[in-house]
Design a protein around this ligand. Structure first.
Ligand code: KIV
Length: 266
């Protein structure tokens, strides 16, 4: 029988070389299914802005929108660690703003930790949050909230200078008290180096196999969101095709009066 995943569990897993599993979820039903499978971390990512709300980027998604998803996911989870993603401009203005919004995720949403993007520039915020009892997961490499600054979806940390900065940022986040760091779209060798240099776990997405754990957007893994497919995504199912087939079949059945039949009627 698996037990409640806590931040200490993740630290022990890293120490024992046991890989950490993480996925995003945005609603009660999927949260409940993931939890029953024994996933370690469920992240309510700001990717809900893309896959649930249909925004082009994660930038427009608001605190209230993510909070709605956090509350739903909370009701589906017993064992996994629930992490809520701080949306763009919910923590960048000031430490007070970050404390206020992270506090809402914990108090109103039932999150057990928050995630925010960036390195050195957010370390003071991370320190303040951790000091008042709000665990923080960092996020480095390709950080989607900086899409316009990056000018595209390319791999980060390929150039020596940027790789050095990402390594320094990872250490700075650890120093500030972050309990884990997501590494997104960085070369596998760089992610491996960072993973070995940190005491806290790294969770990779497009960062190779040497991270302490892996995360994917659930809709990507399920092949439910099939508009784009990044190289780092492995589709374990084709829910988009299955959904289209099922819905077309339903439409045909209704039109031909094959649904409902007697057994489905009162
Ligand atoms: O928003 C998100 O889903 C994320 C992860 C995939 C790391 O930040």
């Amino acid at each position: 029988m698996s037990t409640k995943v806590r931040i200490t569990t993740l630290q022990n897993m890293k120490a024992q070389g046991e890989k950490i599993t993480a996925l995003t979820a945005y609603d009660y039903t999927f949260a409940y299914l993931l939890d029953a499978c024994g996933i370690d971390i469920v992240l309510v990512g700001d990717s809900c802005g893309n896959v649930c709300a249909g925004y082009e980027t994660t930038l427009p998604v608001t605190m209230d929108e993510i909070l709605y998803h956090v509350k739903a996911v909370r009701r589906g989870i017993n064992q996994a660690l629930l992490v809520a993603d701080m949306p763009f401009m919910s923590y960048q203005e000031s430490c007070e703003q970050a404390i206020h919004n992270a506090g809402r995720f914990m108090k109103e949403g039932g999150a057990e930790a928050v995630k925010l993007e960036g390195g050195l520039p957010v370390c003071e915020t991370v320190r303040r949050l951790v000091a008042i009892g709000i665990p923080v997961m960092g996020h480095l490499g390709f950080t989607p909230q900086s899409l316009h600054e990056f000018g595209g979806y390319g791999v980060r940390g390929v150039e020596e200078q940027e790789a050095e900065r990402i390594k320094a940022d990872a250490l700075a986040l650890q120093d500030a008290g972050a309990f884990a760091v997501v590494l997104e779209k960085v070369p596998a060798a760089l992610a491996g180096e960072i993973t070995r240099s940190l005491k806290i776990p790294t969770i990779g997405i497009g960062a190779g196999v040497n991270c302490d754990g892996q995360i994917l957007v659930l809709y990507d893994l399920l092949g439910l969101y099939d508009k784009v497919k990044f190289r780092f995504v492995r589709r374990y199912a084709d829910f988009a095709t299955a959904t289209r087939e099922a819905v077309r079949k339903y439409i045909d059945d209704v039109r031909q009066q094959k649904f409902p039949d007697e057994s489905e009627s009162y």
